[in-house]
Design a protein. Structure first.
Lengths: 141, 143
């Protein structure tokens, strides 16, 4: 499947099979190819579960100012998407040096439904978003 | 003939009114509330603040917001066990709050905090809070 970005804006691609999040820059000619980061959607028992395959538009960003790599959302906040039936479902990092009850660590650490990636990924997304290349959607497959 | 009809009408009315009441109880979490709830949830530092946030935003308890509440509750039970009495008072007064706290002792709490919670519940439980400690222990070590 090939997806074009006619508006030249940042979009994300989460591949659950490979455990990667691709950050697609809006202007590939000048900003280079997509960049891949580790990511997972290990939604814990009792949560809304993993995201269904599909496309989700960006809703808002919650900063979590002052948080660090090992805090629940990482150093660069939570990018929340419009996910039917879910409040606050987004892409964030966090728990970089911790393991959960099932002994999953770092970007594999459990979430309450969100996609967890690395601080490097959320840093790049935020740089793009604030640098005139706003995040517009996330494709989950 | 009239009696069954009347009975059905009454039943339908009760069902309708019941549905209407339930509809009124469903509170929508607005975007502004979701942002506020997520911003504060993981930073709550005492049980009174956790309870206040619960009363305001329990209808937003989902996704990253829920993960924030779990972070705060796990941290409280692991590192501020001496404040258990306050939790016990709030939980006795409001059983929905007790359920909320127990639900958030979940897989998103770091394993090292889960281990501390288990030890706290087993070895540092006040005599008056044995029932609550047993529930906390069960939530932390479900298998």
């Amino acid at each position: 499947m090939n997806r074009k970005d006619p508006l030249g804006l940042t979009w994300l691609e989460f591949n659950r099979a490979t455990g990667t999040l691709l950050v697609h820059p809006g202007f590939t000619d000048t900003q280079g190819p997509p960049v891949a980061f580790d990511a997972s959607n290990n939604a814990q028992r009792g949560s809304r579960g993993a995201w269904a395959s599909g496309t989700y538009t960006f809703a808002y960003w919650v900063s979590h100012a002052g948080d660090g790599p090992d805090d629940p959302y990482g150093s660069h906040g939570n990018h929340v998407f419009n996910v039917p039936g879910c409040q606050g479902c987004g892409v964030h990092s966090g728990r970089q040096d911790s393991c959960d009850r099932a002994n999953r660590c770092g970007s594999n650490y459990a979430t309450n439904g969100c996609i967890r990636t690395t601080d490097e990924a959320t840093d790049l997304i935020l740089q793009m978003h604030n640098g005139g290349d706003p995040l517009i959607f996330l494709w989950v497959r | 003939m009239v009696l069954p009809l009347l009975r059905n009408t009454v039943l339908l009315s009760v069902l309708f009114l019941g549905s209407a009441c339930n509809a009124q109880e469903i509170k929508i979490c607005t975007q502004a509330e979701a942002i506020q709830a997520e911003t504060e949830a993981s930073k709550l530092g005492n049980w009174q603040d956790v309870y206040s946030s619960f009363k305001r935003f329990v209808h937003c308890d989902d996704g990253a917001i829920g993960e924030g509440y779990s972070a705060a509750i796990g941290r409280m039970l692991a590192y501020k066990w001496v404040e258990l009495t306050t939790l016990s008072e709030l939980a006795t007064k409001d059983k929905d709050f007790e359920s909320f706290v127990l639900k958030h002792i979940d897989d998103t709490v770091p394993i090292q905090e889960i281990k501390m919670i288990i030890v706290n519940a087993q070895t540092r439980c006040p005599d008056d809070d044995q029932e609550l400690c047993a529930k906390i222990h069960k939530a932390a070590a479900p298998e």
